[in-house]
Ligand binder design. Sequence first.
Ligand code: GUN
Length: 290
Amino acid sequence: MVNLIDGKATAATIKAEIKAEVEAIVASGGKRPHLAAILVGHDGGSETYVKNKVLACEACGFESTLLRFEDDITEQKLLDEVEKLNANPSVDGFIVQLPLPKHIDEQKVIEAIDPRKDVDGFHPVNVGRMAIGLPAFISATPKGILELLRRYNIPTSGKKCVILGRSNIVGKPMSQLMMQKNGGDATVTVCHSHSPQLKDECREADIIIAAIGRPAFVTADMVKPGAVIIDVGTTRVPDPTRKSGYRLSGDVDFENVAPLCSAITPVPGGVGPMTICMLMQNTLQAARQS
Ligand code: GUN
C-alpha cells in the first residue's frame, strides 16, 4: 500500500510547535522572532512565495516585514537595503527572494547578507558549514525533505538515494545532507541533464529525490517497486480549467508512479509546504541565537 507523505499536514503540525515555542518565549519576557523579506519586481511565482512566507509568519506568531522594490532598483541600492537589515537589531533573519532582475548579481547580494541572519542558508559560510556538518542555517527545501523522511520514519541509513538535479538551492545541499552520518547516512548518487545512465541509476534507487523542474520526468519504468519518491518539482503548466490559468506539476508522473512506491510526496501538498515551514524554523533558530 502506498503511503502518501502529507507535507501540508506535517507543516501545520510543525508551525503549531513553533507557535507554542514562540508564545513561551514571549511569556517569559523574550522578543517575538522577526523575519524580513525583500521582494524585487512582480514575478508571479515570487509574489506567491513571499505572500505565503508572510502568512506563515503570522501562523507562527512571528513579526514580519516585507520590503518591496521595483525591478529597476540598482544593485547598489539593493546592497544598501541588505546592509540596513544586517544592522537592524529588531530583524533576526531575512531573505532576498530569488530570482533577481538580470542587471543584479545574485551571488553578490547573497554574499552581502550577514551569515547570522541568512535564514535561507544561501551564504557560502552557511553552505560550507553545512557541508562539513557544523551548525548552520540549512536551506529550507532540503531541510524540509529530511524532516519529512524523519517524521514518516522512512529509513535512509545505508539506502541508495538518487538525487535528480544539482542546483545550489536543492540538489547540491540535498546530496550533502543525505550522505552525512548525522543526516540521511545514505549512499548518494547525483544525476543531471548530462548523466547518460540516469534511468538505470533511478531503477536501482531505494529513494529518488527529483528536483529538475521537468514535469512528469520520472516515469514508472524508472522506479523500483517499493521505492520512496520525493518530488520537488513545481512547474507552472497552463490549465484553462483553473481560475489561475495554470496548475503546478511535479517532476514525477504521479498517477503511474504512485502505485509502485512505498511512499511518495504529492504536488502540491508535499515538499512545498515544508519549505516555508523550515524557513520559519531557521528564523526561530536565528532569534534564539541573537
Ligand atoms: N526562490 C525560489 N526558492 C527560493 C528560496 O527558498 N529562497 C529565496 N530567497 N528565493 C527563492
